[in-house]
Write a protein that binds this ligand. Structure first.
Ligand code: NAP
Length: 244
């Protein structure tokens, strides 16, 4: 048995650690987007595969017997490629996808990042906290009515809002820290993706405590026919059931 974990998440690192501890032959894959990534335990390869066909060729060349797609719920491209590539290579695929956050009725749900930008365009307040990632900043670049506090792991390399304060940081965060940050910047509106998980959930508690309006970008749908689990122990059990 040789397992490929498509990673870039805390769950992917937890799964790699569990499989390494169990003596399973595992290889983790990262996209290479982050300059100083948190590396999983065990062997790691970094960089794209060259689409679904490239991934299929990689699976065959590396003798991979099963794939766990533990990428971020918003990483749609690699998830589609994993489904197509694993099917071409005839390798079983599991999607490990953490649940979204429990929706608060006060949140404004939007379908995608473009709708989030549209939702804040007419918002009469001033300070917006953007936590949707550096690659989604371009859609806010035309907005010169608001002050944006932008938090990303690495500096943005594309268009950004003109009135922007940039904070380079990564979770986990605490509710106290998030509350202090939002107070300091007079935040009235928070934009978040429904990433789920505990690493970045504290901002939602802080927003509720401070009466900050939340615009929540909904998740892209899972691919039909996918085998999906929500937790690392379930993924470990699925791996254990694989032949070889
Ligand atoms: N999107 C988010 O909000 C977000 C948040 C936190 C972490 N991440 C992590 O960051 C990575 C990139 O996310 P994204 O949204 O940019 O991905 P994406 O748009 O779904 O994928 C774009 C391309 O990046 C390469 N890629 C992505 N993940 C890879 C992996 N784990 N190993 C090897 N190649 C990978 C693939 O290139 P090829 O076609 O050349 O194979 C893929 O086609 C993912 O691994 C994800 O787990 C994403």
């Amino acid at each position: 048995m040789r397992i490929l974990i498509l990673g870039g998440t805390g769950e992917a690192r937890e799964l790699a650690a569990a499989l390494v501890a169990a003596g399973t032959d595992v290889l983790s894959s990262l996209a290479g987007r982050v300059r100083d990534p948190r590396l999983p335990e065990g062997p790691v390869r970094i960089g794209g595969f060259g689409g679904a066909d490239g991934l299929a060729a990689f699976l065959e060349a590396e003798g991979i017997t099963a794939v766990v797609d533990a990428t971020h719920p918003f990483a749609v491209g690699i998830t589609c490629n994993a489904a197509a590539g694993a099917a071409v290579a005839g390798v079983p695929l599991l999607v490990l996808c953490r649940p979204g956050w429990e929706a608060d009725p006060s949140w404004q749900a939007v379908a995608d990042i473009g709708q989030a930008a549209a939702a804040i365009r007419d918002w009469p307040g001033r300070a917006v906290f953007l936590t949707t990632g550096r690659r989604d900043l371009a859609v806010f670049a035309a907005d010169d009515r608001h002050d944006f506090l932008v938090r990303t792991v690495d500096p943005p390399d594309g268009p950004v809002p003109r009135r922007m304060t940039l904070l380079l940081d990564r979770g986990p965060y605490t509710a106290e820290g998030e509350t202090a940050l939002m107070r300091e910047h007079g935040i009235g509106l928070l934009v978040s993706k429904d990433s789920g998980g505990p690493m970045t959930a504290a901002k939602l508690q802080a927003a509720q405590d401070l009466g900050v309006h939340v615009v929540m970008v909904q998740r892209p749908p899972l691919l039909e026919g996918s085998i999906v689990v929500a937790t690392v122990p379930e993924a470990v059990r699925w791996v254990e059931r694989q032949p070889g």
